[in-house]
Design a protein. Sequence first.
Length: 180
Amino acid sequence: MADVKNTLNDALALVEDLIQNIRKKLLIQPMGMHGELDVVHIRDGKEIGRWHHNNVIVDTGKAEAAGLINGVTSGAFTYLAIGIGTTGEVHGDTALESEISSGGGSRASATCSRVTTTYTNDTAQWVYTWTFSSSFAVTESGIFDAASTGIMLARKTYSAVNVVSGDQLQITWKVQVSAS
């Protein structure tokens, strides 16, 4: 009888330890950032194409975001850029491969806000609409902290969106900060 009681007490102690470990893990959640963008092609006031993409948050962007959290850095990411580069994005990217800087496709200050994805205001959002005066095969986009050069937060390459003079390209980019 004593052996059964000792075994039950040992089992109960193990269950209590397990519950405590689960509680600790629920309180300590690793943080992550996930980005996605919507690209809309507009011609003569009508939407002629819409694409949704997930993107890469690049290493320099992660480092800058960490610095923004504790005030070590101060350059908010408020600019969107587009380009014609076709090399796929990787975590080590620091710039677009071939950024457009003319014909209505230059880097631009986006309308920035926060929106709710899972928790109130957990997602940063950038929106900008370019109006072109030249033709381009747009294949890449990025988020930056400066009107030129600067630090890139995220990059995405995609199939060419062929714009001509008078066309518009609207990008809505969202980066959610959440438990990974």
